[in-house]
Design a protein around this ligand. Sequence first.
Ligand code: ATP
Ligand code: MG
Length: 180
Amino acid sequence: MHLKTLTLRGFKSFASATTLGFEPGVTCVVGPNGSGKSNVVDALAWVMGEQGAKSLRGGKMEDVIFAGTAGRPPLGRAEVSLTIDNADGALPIDYSEVTISRTLFRSGGSEYAINGSACRLLDIQDLLSDSGIGREMHVVVGQGQLDAVLRATPEERRGFIEEAAGVLKHRKRKEKALRK
Ligand code: ATP
Ligand code: MG
């Protein structure tokens, strides 16, 4: 399993549709300060279900939508799609290629899809939760966050291990069931 493409449209500084391609192995994103490198990482976390605006370096979720520049008006929605190569069947779904997408409207609504079919956020979280990729911090270590990982409390550290071991999915389901 590896990431194939990431498409951003109206996400942060990426007003026009922009697609990044990845190959198996290590990918480096380089560029001048403020050119959008961290925004690409934010887009990855966001499409995989990140719910915390602060983790995305914003004050509120709407901050991920292109806010406009001197020459370009703000946009009404942000869209990110991530295509994952699933030829090895690492994701529990019967497709050799899986595209997850997330859209947020400035009016407040949001949409999620797996291979073009509308779904819930929970479906995306479920799909990814045992795969070794996801929105949790041990996977996406942001600029300046390394310290936080090193200083994690024993509880937080257990969370990282649980996700890696595939236990978190069942814990989330249990918590959800108990809330009903
Ligand atoms: P550094 O090397 O300093 O870490 P970087 O390449 O990681 O820089 P980013 O933090 O990804 O840069 O991008 C910052 C830019 O994104 C800023 O110019 C900021 O104005 C722009 N930006 C962030 N959110 C939005 C938004 N909602 N609409 C438009 N532009 C945005
Ligand atoms: Mg950065």
